[in-house]
Design a protein around this ligand. Structure first.
Ligand code: NDP
Length: 295
């Protein structure tokens, strides 16, 4: 079997075009330009690339974006003060604090400080709570990107066994939450899964992952998932982004797994571009909500 490629880049471009049309309409109706501010502390090279890509894509869809930088020598209080100013600035609709923060900083304290109305990453406790209750203000970007990919390729999830490998607050945990909900944010077909979550303490990982109809991997271990982990015909979504000597690879060994899976995402060009597209969608949603406009 040779797996169908789930082209995240193409789907992201399609979603970006939809967002651009909505932004044009919103700007014409209100005169307001949605604005995302990215906050970067220190000089982590990977974070620099992520922030630049997010800003570039923002501009492509007719939004503005601004970068606020603090040196790694800054004190956490300076970041909290900056966030306070951005919370109060009515021309700023979305705030994104690029993670990771410097070692030793309290990430939760920082994320808690972002106004829930501007928390377009949906990392703060109020937005996480709303997601868990099935009434999200914003959807978490990477999990939402995965749902969009499944929906737009007509891959039904309802009643299937979805195995999520990784339980981070950013990817694994919210994704498992969204997949198990009765009414999914992108339709009932991409909801109602029977979900199993695996992590570093899971015994006999391959035994569990082999049961997956839909296998989603977000562990940050280059090429860790091989064909021995995958049931024939499974759909495999690789969230991982790992920099190795030969370039960027996912958590899934693409060559090995595409010989048994029915569909698979490439890395790069899979989930990554969708994450950015969903961030823009949240920024537009935030601008709409802050200006009393409903979708
Ligand atoms: P974290 O490091 O926060 O979490 C990794 C998770 O994987 C943890 O739950 C950990 O278990 C689990 N894990 C680690 N090793 C194993 C293993 N050998 N077997 C089973 N589980 C394991 O990572 P993130 O969730 O933030 O990111 C995961 C990957 O996704 C990274 O490569 C990251 O770069 C990428 N990523 C990609 C995005 C995109 O847009 N495509 C967006 C965000 C992340 P435990 O909890 O027990 O430690």
């Amino acid at each position: 079997m040779s797996a169908m490629i789930l082209d995240g880049k193409a789907v992201a471009l399609q979603i970006q075009a939809e967002i651009a049309a909505e932004v044009t309409q919103f700007r014409q109706a209100t005169g307001v330009v949605p604005c995302l501010v990215a906050v970067l502390v220190g000089d982590n090279p990977a974070s620099e690339v992520y922030v630049r890509n997010k800003q570039k894509t923002c501009e492509k869809v007719g939004m503005t974006s601004r970068l606020e930088r603090l040196p790694s020598s800054a004190r956490p209080e300076e970041l909290l003060q900056l966030i306070g100013r951005l919370n109060a600035d009515v021309s700023v609709h979305g705030i994104l604090v690029q993670l990771p923060l410097p070692t030793g900083w309290d990430t939760n304290q920082v994320l808690d400080a972002v106004s829930p109305a501007k928390d377009v990453d949906a990392f703060g406790p109020e937005n996480v709570g709303l997601i868990c209750q099935g009434r999200p203000r914003f959807l978490p970007c990477t999990p939402h990107g995965v749902l969009q990919l499944l929906a737009r390729y007509n891959i039904e999830v309802s009643g299937k066994h979805a195995v999520v490998v990784g339980r981070s607050d950013i990817v694994g945990k919210p994704l498992a939450m969204l997949l198990m909900q009765r009414t999914g944010p992108v339709g009932d077909k991409v909801a109602n899964a029977t979900v199993t979550v695996c992590h570093s303490q899971t015994k006999n990982l391959a035994e569990v992952t082999q049961q997956a109809d839909i296998l989603i991997v977000a562990i940050g271990r280059a090429n860790a998932i091989k064909k021995e982990h995958v049931k024939a015909g499974a759909v495999v979504i690789d969230v991982g982004i790992n920099r190795i000597d030969t370039g960027i690879v996912g958590d899934v060994d693409f060559e090995s797994v595409s010989s048994v899976a029915s569909a698979i995402t490439p890395v790069p060009g899979g989930v990554g571009p969708l994450t950015i597209a969903m961030l823009l969608k949240n920024t537009l949603t935030a601008a709409m909500q802050q200006n009393g406009v409903s979708r």
